[in-house]
Each structure stands twice: as C-alpha cells, then as structure tokens.
Design a protein around this ligand. Structure first.
Ligand code: NAD
Ligand code: WQD
Length: 336
C-alpha cells in the first residue's frame, strides 16, 4: 500500500511517516520545506530502517505534483501540508488562504484525475472557536476566529462537498487538539522557527536556558487556577490515530470526522508543574496579559474515535513532557 504524505517533513507528518513505515506502508513524501528541514528525512529513515521517495515540491505547483502521481501508483493521501501559525495568518491572510486552500484544491483535483479517492486531512480543534461548553464533541457548532482556522473550516466544507458529489471517496477529517511531545528516541520532534508561539516548545527552551522565562498569558480565565486549559496530546498517539483513520477509509468509502485528543484538560500552570516533575528542570515564569484570541478552556470528547476507530491516546502528560525534553536536550538547535 502506497501512501502520499504531504507535509511529511513537518512535525506531525514526520511522526506519522515513522508509524506508517513501521506498519509496512510504502510512503512518498511531498514537502516544500517552507517550515521544515531536509535532515528530518534521514532521521525517519534511520528510525525505521526503511527508504522512501521525497519530492521537494510546492503543492501550488500543479505540474510538479502531477509528476508525483504519474510516477507513483498511489493508494491514499495523508494531507498535512499547510501553514499553521495563527498570529501570522492574521497578518498574511491571503498567503494562508492561498497556500492552504489552493494547495488542497490542486491536490484533490489530481487525486480525482488519477482515481485516488482516499484522503486523511489535518483539521484542528480551532474549528470549534470558543466552545459553549466542554468536553467538545464532533457535532458542536463550528465557528472560527482567525484566517488560519477559517482555512481549516473551509477545507472541511470543500471535502464534504467532494464526498457528496461522489460517494466513492473515503475522507477522514481529523480535528487535532494540542499536539506536543516527540518520538521517544529523541531523534525527531518539533522544531519551530525562531521564538516558539506554542506553549511546550517555549517551556523546553526556557528549561534549556535559550529563553529567559515563560510568559503565562493571563491568570484570570474561568478555569481551576485562572490559566488557560487545553487538551495536550502526545504526537505519537496522534500519529497512530492517522493509521486507524486511514485503515477505515481504505476499507470502504465514507466521510468521517473525529476529534483526536485525550479528553483531559491541563492548565498552563499544570503544564509547568508536570514538566518540572517529569524532567527535574525548573521553569521560571511570569504572568502577563492575555494573548488576544485565546479561549479559557478547550478539551475533547474523544469517545467517537475510540468507538469507531478503536483508537485512544495512551501516553500521559508526564510522557509528553519527558519526550519533549529528550528531543530538546538532544537537539538544542533543532535539526540544524
Ligand atoms: P509543520 O509546519 O511542522 O508541517 C507542515 C509541513 O507542510 C511543513 O513541513 C511545511 O514545509 C509543509 N508545507 C506547507 N505548505 C506547503 C506547500 N504549499 N507545499 C508543500 N509543503 C508545504 O506543522 P505540523 O504541526 O506538523 O502540522 C501539520 C498539519 O496539522 C497542518 O496542516 C496544521 O495546520 C495541522 N494542525 C497542527 C496542529 C499543531 O498544533 N501542530 C494542530 C492542529 C492542526
Ligand atoms: C496553549 C496555552 C496559551 C504560549 C494553537 C492554535 C490551534 C492549534 C494548536 C493548529 C494557552 C498558553 C502559550 C506561551 C502561554 N494549532 N501560552 N504562554 O493557543 O491552544 O492552540 O495551537 O491548529 O489552532 O491556536 O496553543 O500552545 O499556543 O497555547 O501562556 O508562551 O498556553 O495562552 O492557554 P493554543 P498554545
């Protein structure tokens, strides 16, 4: 079985590639390396002892992507490629809409042309906006608050329409909560450019001494300690969820939507305490103003994925902290 992995050099794509290769799939990675490094590909080969083809291609380039479909008999696609920084999407909306939406349209058009009708798509819990209550189940109302989130919601709608037009498609929309952690080897992990936007890479860089202290964005939220609560999920659990979703759509046509989260919420202060406990490293912090657009609390009801896919997140918050830290100390400058 040959799976095309778009964005396979990225954080979640690289971990999923490892799981696919370990399960015996052949993979083809397409990535333009706009937010990743070529070195990750050798790490994937090293961890799995398997080789695969890599195309450095922008999805927006139809001609080049066509070559990938021409040269390979592809059975299914896992589509990670996209831009993902919320703040940047507010500054550069056209770039985000163009890259994420046009990239997906070009990909789907070629899939249709070549009769490859199996697609797993990286959506996000961001499509729930500010939820009325928690835990969040898949039937909650959808509403986005920034261009990045809107690209995810629009792509979900496009893929739903595609399925309605031709019920031979098998499409799985996976709404990720907050992926953190790294492969337990410490060889692959999250490698943000510049100062991290997300909590866990910020914490690991403070613990390493690269950043002075964590700024906690507000302690007056409606949560147990006033700091924001999220559903952090180990990236390897998340990667394994993709294999389950893929198996199901390879079996028969369908349109599926699943939350991939743990169902547990941790506050920013809980994360600091858990990180310190898991690693023995101190994380200095200071409380600052809220970050615009942040919500109080967000965690999943992941029971649909368990019921229908037989998937459940297994790694706990200590595993997530330990693995994130192992990756950070072994690779203080990421893949450089
Ligand atoms: P990432 O930036 O590490 O990986 C995305 C990869 O796609 C990068 O390697 C980048 O170079 C590539 N890419 C981007 N645009 C491309 C294009 N036009 N052509 C070819 N390659 C392109 O991000 P990630 O954290 O691994 O996220 C993967 C997917 O999951 C993204 O779609 C993201 O929006 C989604 N997602 C991520 C999170 C998260 O917190 N990390 C949460 C929910 C959803
Ligand atoms: C987590 C918590 C912050 C950094 C984002 C996207 C979302 C999804 C995942 C893609 C919040 C607090 C953070 C810091 C802090 N991505 N925080 N100091 O905002 O839940 O989700 O990534 O789909 O769409 O919005 O994740 O890691 O940025 O923040 O206090 O330096 O940590 O306020 O409560 P978020 P995050």
């Amino acid at each position: 079985m040959k799976i095309l992995v778009t964005g396979g050099a990225g954080y979640i794509g690289s971990h999923t590639s490892v799981e696919l290769l370990n399960k015996g799939y052949e993979i083809i990675v397409v990535d333009n390396l706009s937010n990743s490094k070529v070195e990750v590909l050798d790490r994937i080969r090293e961890l799995t002892n398997r080789d695969f083809k890599f195309y450095r291609i922008n999805l927006l380039n139809r001609g080049e992507l066509d070559r990938v479909f021409k040269e390979n008999k592809i059975d299914g696609v896992i589509h990670f490629a996209g831009l993902k920084a919320v703040g940047e999407s507010v500054e550069k909306p056209l770039e985000y809409y163009h890259n994420n939406i046009t990239g997906t349209l070009v990909l789907c058009d070629l899939m249709k042309e070549y009769g490859v009708k199996r697609l797993v798509f990286s959506s996000s819990a961001t499509v729930y906006g500010n939820p009325e209550r928690v835990p969040i189940s898949e039937d909650f109302p959808l509403n986005t608050t920034n261009p990045y989130g809107s690209t995810k919601l629009m792509i979900e709608r496009i893929l739903e329409d595609l399925y309605i037009s031709d019920r031979e498609w098998g499409i799985s929309l996976l709404r990720y909560f907050n992926p953190i952690g790294a492969h337990q080897s410490g060889r692959i992990g999250e490698d943000p450019n510049g100062i991290p936007n997300n909590l866990m890479p910020f914490i690991t860089q403070v613990a390493l001494g690269k950043l002075k202290r964590l700024s906690i964005f507000g302690n007056d939220y409606n949560t147990h300690d006033g700091t924001g609560v999220r559903d952090y999920i180990h990236v390897v659990d998340l990667a394994q969820g993709h294999l389950k979703a893929l198996d199901k759509i390879l079996e028969k046509p369908t349109l599926d939507i699943y939350n991939l989260g743990t169902g547990e919420g941790y506050s920013v202060l809980d994360m600091v305490v858990n990180f310190e406990k898991a690693t023995g490293k101190k994380v200095d912090y200071t409380i600052v103003d809220r970050r615009p657009g942040d919500i109080d609390i967000c965690y999943a009801d992941p029971s649909k994925a368990e019921r229908e896919l037989g998937w459940k997140a297994r790694r706990d918050i200590q595993d997530m902290c330990r693995d994130a830290w192992r990756w950070q100390i072994n690779n203080p400058n990421g893949y450089e």
